[in-house]
Write a protein that binds this ligand. Structure first.
Ligand code: PLP
Length: 487
């Protein structure tokens, strides 16, 4: 960090940092972040360290006395940056590639300054009301039904947990009051998902005390989409066995391939059995703001809840997940507890975030989303997502034109599943794994993998705000270099 003054920035004896020091260091820190983004292309995407390397360089005892701030910031360069995997690197193509953006960073900074604990309306009217307005904007942008109201949680895992808790409240078996254990009157409650669903659904089922037995995984078709016929059969069979099917979780944009479950065909199955339909659109939901991709939410107007993560593909810094729910009353019934010390005169007229979840205090997350949405606008955000999808199609076309590579799943959005299959190589899993490790070890790009039809498959996910066509061309070249080395 370029601290230009010879002064030492030590903490005063009491109280916080002096205003003039904060101002000076704050400017320097923003300079530091700007430099970081400017040089990020030259940093290795994957942290080039071994487990334990950073810990070994840090003191094992806490600092007894305050240290000069400029020394702490100097350690960012010396210790922290080398131990970072750079999610903001434009050649980060692993998992779901996601990135922050400048207005989002400003939003985080301000949220830390305000440090509101938005548990009640009065402890943060700005957070409560901005959240309601911003989530309604996003609902409109995604073309969701006006009957859906949004609430912010940290992650999709937590949003989905809350959706299933609300669904469970809806079965009217007094589970909130009496729990589930030791109850001979309670049948096995079951949640239905596809085999491609995200592990967060299973974790939610475990956390809610439904047990892994309470989850039924349904097979998928050749394009990794939940098979509605198999779903209907499974529910009927479970009912014949005396179980209580109460919730279906469909996925729009699965983690392995971004496949899109046929929600429109799933809806009547859920309705026939009075089940809750939750849609996990954690990744793909953002794409629905692009008019030509709105079809991915086809049928979701009849879902009970849907989760989407602006921290995945809406250039909002981690964390910010949105749960849209048609039955906020059930969510509230599942979680609201108002002890005397939290009672307020206005409580009947306003929304208090703590009524809708396990947390009491809540961060002012809406601020960063507000800044991102206003700075880029609907059209600007849509243009960036559209460009990512164009780049994914371009990469797909190179794979399709090459005899050495093959596509492993349809590419509806910006995730490409592929693998090398040069003639004369028997162990394609080992080859592809070695290619991936080679690319990742180069530090020039980062890929991840999955297994499809028992074949090791490489994943290239495009979602970073800084990724350009050149970055995609570079990773294609890198992949081919690795293939030539290893074949
Ligand atoms: N659902 C899907 C489809 C995902 O791909 C992911 C993460 O990649 C999640 C849920 C979990 O997201 P989070 O990290 O916000 O809990």
């Amino acid at each position: 960090m370029a601290v230009t003054s010879p002064k030492t920035y030590l903490a005063p004896e009491l109280g916080d940092m002096k205003a003039e020091d904060f101002r000076r260091l704050g400017h320097d820190l923003i300079d530091w972040i700007s430099d970081y983004f400017e040089k990020i292309d030259d940093l290795p995407v994957l942290a080039a360290i071994e487990p334990g390397d950073l810990k070994a360089k840090l003191p094992s005892i806490p600092p007894a006395h305050g240290e000069a701030m400029e020394n702490i910031v100097a350690d960012l360069d010396r210790l922290i940056v080398p131990a970072l995997t750079h999610w903001s690197h434009p050649s980060f193509f692993a998992y779901f590639a996601t990135s922050t953006s400048a207005p989002g960073i400003f939003g985080e900074l301000l949220s830390a300054a305000f440090d509101n604990k938005a548990m009640l309306w009065r402890t943060s009217p700005a957070s409560t009301e901005l959240e309601e307005v911003v989530l309604d904007w996003l609902r409109q942008m995604m073309g969701l039904d006006p009957g859906m109201q949004g609430i912010i949680y940290d992650t999709a895992s937590v949003s989905t947990l809350h959706a299933i808790a609300a669904a469970r409240e809806g079965v009217e078996r007094r589970i909130r009051e009496e729990g589930m254990s030791g109850r001979p009157d309670l049948p096995l409650l079951r949640v239905y998902v596809s085999e491609q669903s995200h592990s967060s659904v299973e974790k939610a089922v475990i956390t809610l005390g439904l047990g892994q037995r309470g989850m039924h995984k349904i097979p998928t078709d050749s394009e990794f989409r939940l098979d509605p016929k198999a779903l209907a059969e499974a529910i009927n069979e479970d009912k014949r066995n005396g179980y209580l099917p109460f919730c279906i979780v469909a996925t729009v944009g699965t983690t392995s391939t971004s496949s899109i479950d046929p929600v429109r065909e799933i809806v009547p199955i859920g309705e026939e059995h009075a089940m809750w339909l939750h849609v996990d659109a954690a990744y793909a939901g953002s794409a629905a703001i692009v008019p030509e991709f709105r079809y991915i939410l086809d049928g979701c107007e009849r879902a009970d809840s849907i989760v989407t993560n602006p921290h995945k593909w809406l250039f909002t810094p981690f964390d910010l997940s949105v749960l849209y729910c048609r039955h906020m009353d059930l969510l509230k019934r599942a979680f609201s507890l108002v002890p005397e010390y939290l009672r307020t005169p206005e409580q009947e007229k306003v929304r208090s975030g703590s009524d809708y979840g396990i947390q009491l205090g809540r961060r002012f997350r809406a601020l960063k989303l507000w800044m991102v949405m206003r700075y880029f606008g609907h059209e600007g955000l849509a243009a960036r997502i559209r460009e990512h999808c164009r780049l994914a199609q371009l990469f797909t076309s190179w794979i399709e034109e090459s005899p050495d590579w093959e596509i492993m799943a349809p590419v509806p959005l910006a995730l490409v599943c592929f693998r090398a299959k040069p003639s004369g190589t028997d162990d394609l899993d080992a080859l592809n794994e070695a290619i991936m490790h080679g690319v990742n070890a180069s530090g020039r790009a980062l890929l991840s993998h999955t297994r499809l039809n028992d074949k090791l498959t490489l994943r290239l996910s495009i979602g970073n705000i800084r990724t350009t066509e050149q970055h995609v061309r570079d990773v294609w070249q890198l992949l081919n270099e690795q293939l030539q080395l290893l074949r």
